[in-house]
Design a protein around this ligand. Structure first.
Ligand code: MIC
Ligand code: SF4
Length: 748
């Protein structure tokens, strides 16, 4: 058995009493998120009512999951923590490093060869430290976790921002950087600021072309990319009952796109059915027995405004399919208005590739609904206008979909089935195109669509939609096609209306798989080898501790303008190969960030010689001379991924401070964990005062204390000075991390 049933028995046996005790001490009815959070306090004796958005709380998560692109750094750090074994069940999933090119078979061979060194490292560390290992091809982390490990009422962390996918099974699942995962694996307390709660009330019932994906696409438009920061999104209301567990997972998955800490649904029959369908009947029965604890209290439902910090209502019956994009996942447009928007903005109307799958949308329900449209296209002799690519989320899904003819339905209309892996979703895509310089559009059923993400091409306009809508637009090859109202002309010249998608939540004959790709941890220790000559793996040297002084007259490295996501800070795609080698990956630092002074990427002033050079190159030259530097940025800096490389690279290259208008949660924590100083403008307009050849000091660090602002002093080149206050959110513990040089230095 893959999961630890004895542990789960203990968990369910005490969950109810832990919730009861918390309710007593808080003296109030509870939302589901609160029940799960309080039941996972690190120290059950510490019970009190925590202030949301203010108090830091220590938790004891039940599990850890890591994917190959972040696990390398996580495990390199864990190896330095001096433990024999992970304190909680943990798994590694090899999904990000497989490039999509010719199709699953060829691409798997290439990946196994080109990533051998990294896979060997990950599998031997896993074997040694009691960590379960999912081989390349076994599937995408979040799909595999949902199929095997997620359980109602549980709490987990994962080194990937879409970890909240497990909220589809009523779990509080949170995306973190590797250093946080190390805390949990070493059995230490894991700290999080008590999140605020956004309640989303679902009424009505999805119908026709509308799918679970459209719930979150619409919500992303309401909340925007930072609207969920430091908040848990909890869904409630009668509408939740009609959404399958995998549909719920899709909705929770994409909560990452609004910056939410996590998202979750109350336990119901849909979850119970999914647990049973995936061989976990025992868990379903235990959850059934304590059902009332796995839901918000009735008072919460009756009077949500009193219990949630914000309440949003969505009527599923009236929900239209949405398409979000380009370049940001919160640009939400209902399909009825989309054609006009395409024309108005001059988006390339021709739809050039359709991509279905990813961790967001590769459930049986997703594939079967999209396949129903593919089948109609085939039988009605519709010419499929654009190439179609499918990335199944796991081997279990792929095997089952193959057995049931779903994959054949896609292949009949020309689809290429890629490996069970992230592929194009993370820029691991050798896109076959005639011309890279042409503006072009693609539609995906993925979750993110930042510039250059899928194919590295800034001219690509990527839109996200449900799998069924992606399928329809692929057939039409036209962004302005609306399958709800428009017809297509087939080879015989007849007008064809696409029928509403039809699918089933579960395979009629059950899920099946021959080799799920799992390797349980071994008993025996093996040697972990890191070749000092390796370009891909490098032993981590601890960062130096703080020297006790203020940070004085640091040259400005870059003043970034506009969106600066982790993709801009530490690009994925071709750079994923260096995720285990801090020095090599640091060469990509901030290469996607736009320099506010010249509008260009990767061209910043080198204050040593007056020339314009790559950001990492300038930082390296400063470092060689023992000079520290500072980065300035706008809103939601570090949005997107959990990759801690985005924090470690600046740390490695002697950047001491990130001064932004605001931060995304995971990234802010990553910066703190790595001993960086992350501060925000007290007055956002002070951003405008920063000039290209400024030197900047941050003072007040000798009396660095919680809730006490620091001061920034700008030394302009003309000899004038300006100063203003900057705000930080460090607590006592995090100040210790800063002083020690990193959280890991404190742990040791
Ligand atoms: C992503 O979707 O951006 C990733 C790639 O899965 C990242 C993790 C990474 O950068 O390795 C994430 O979401 O955290
Ligand atoms: Fe992989 Fe994309 Fe999911 Fe990230 S969002 S885990 S890259 S499939």
């Amino acid at each position: 058995m893959i999961f630890d049933i004895e542990m789960l028995k203990k968990f369910y046996a005490s969950f109810g009493s832990r919730v009861e005790r918390s309710k007593q001490s808080v003296g109030k009815s509870m939302t589901l998120a609160e029940k799960i959070l309080y039941a996972h306090l690190f120290n059950q004796e510490d019970l009190k009512s925590f202030k949301r958005g203010i108090d830091y709380v220590n938790f004891r998560p039940d599990r850890v999951a890591m994917q190959d692109a972040t696990a390398q750094m996580a495990l390199l750090q864990f190896m330095n923590a001096g433990k024999d074994k992970s304190a909680v069940p943990a798994t590694v999933h090899c999904d990000h490093l497989i490039q999509a090119d010719m199709g699953a078979k060829t691409d798997m061979n290439t990946a196994n060869e080109s990533n051998k060194e990294v896979y060997d490292f990950l599998s031997s560390v896993s074997a040694n430290f009691g960590i379960g290992f999912w081989k390349p091809g076994a599937g995408i982390i979040h799909q595999v976790v949902l199929e095997n490990y997620a359980f109602p009422g549980g709490m987990m962390v994962g080194t990937d921002s879409h970890t909240p996918n497990a909220g589809g099974l009523g779990m509080v699942a949170i995306g973190v950087g590797g250093a946080d995962a190390v805390d949990v694996m070493t059995g230490m307390e894991w700290e999080l600021k008590m999140p605020k709660l956004i309640g989303v009330k679902l009424t009505g019932r999805l119908n026709g072309w509308a799918s679970p994906k459209d719930v979150i696409l619409k919500l992303a438009g309401i909340l925007t990319v930072k609207g969920g920061t430091n908040a848990i999104i909890e869904y409630f209301g009668e509408g939740t009952a009609s959404i399958s567990a995998t549909g719920k997972a899709t909705i929770c998955n994409m909560g990452a796109e609004v910056g939410a800490t996590t998202s979750l649904f109350p336990y119901d029959n849909q979850m119970s059915a999914y647990l049973k369908a995936t061989n976990r009947e025992e868990i379903a029965l235990m959850a059934d027995a304590i059902e009332s604890y796995l839901k918000p209290d009735p008072e919460v439902i009756e009077n949500p405004e009193e219990y949630y910090d914000r309440v949003i209502e969505i009527d599923l019956s009236a929900l239209e399919p949405h398409i979000n994009g380009p370049f940001t996942p919160d640009a939400a447009t209902p399909i009825s208005e989309f054609a006009a928007k395409v024309k108005e903005n001059g988006y390339p109307r021709k739809m050039e590739v359709g991509l279905i799958g990813s961790c967001t949308n590769s459930s049986y329900q997703d594939l079967s609904r999209a396949a129903s449209i593919a089948r109609q296209a085939y039988s009605d002799k519709l010419k499929v206008a654009a190439p179609l690519i499918i990335n199944p989320g796991s081997e279990q899904i792929r095997y089952t979909a193959d057995r049931d003819g779903l994959l054949a339905s896609f292949e009949n209309i020309g689809a290429v089935i890629m490996a069970n892996a992230c592929g194009p979703c993370i820029g691991q895509w050798k896109r076959h195109t005639d011309d890279n310089t042409r503006k072009n559009s693609i539609v995906t059923s993925f979750n993110r669509n930042f510039a250059k993400r899928a194919d590295g091409n800034p001219n690509t306009h990527a839109f996200v939609a449900s799998p069924e809508l992606t399928m329809a637009l692929t057939i039409a090859g036209d962004l302005c096609f609306n399958p709800l109202t428009d017809t297509l002309v087939n080879e015989a010249g007849e007008q064809i209306m696409l029928q509403e998608p039809k699918g089933t939540d579960f395979p009629p004959n059950g899920f099946a798989v021959e080799d799920n790709g799992y390797i349980a941890p071994g008993e025996k220790k093996t040697e972990i080898k890191i070749n000092p000559e390796s370009a891909r793996l490098q032993v981590l040297k601890p960062f130096a501790s703080w020297d006790g002084n203020d940070l004085l007259e640091m040259p400005l490295l870059i003043k970034a303008e506009g969106k600066c996501t982790t993709d801009h800070i530490s690009m994925a795609g071709p750079w994923l190969r260096f995720r285990g080698h801090l020095e090599n990956i640091s060469d990509n630092m901030l290469m996607g960030a736009v320099n506010a002074f010249n509008g260009k990427t990767n061209a910043v002033l080198n204050q040593l010689n007056g020339g314009y050079e790559a950001v990492s190159s300038v930082a390296k030259q400063y470092k060689a001379k023992g000079i520290s530097s500072i980065v300035v940025a706008e809103e939601n800096y570090g949005e997107g991924s959990s990759r801690e490389h985005a924090a470690m690279e600046p740390r490695f290259l002697n950047v001491k401070v990130i001064l932004a208008k605001s931060f995304a949660r995971i990234h802010e924590t990553n910066l703190k964990k790595q001993g960086m100083l992350a501060v925000t403008f007290n007055n956002k307009s002070d951003y405008d005062k920063i000039r290209e050849n400024d030197h900047i000091s941050i003072v007040g660090l000798r009396s660095f204390a919680p809730n006490k602002n620091l001061t920034a002093i700008l030394y302009h080149a003309d000899g004038t000075q300006e100063s203003f206050e900057v705000v930080h959110t460090y607590n006592e513990m995090q100040i210790e991390w800063f002083k020690a040089g990193s959280a890991l230095n404190v742990t040791k």
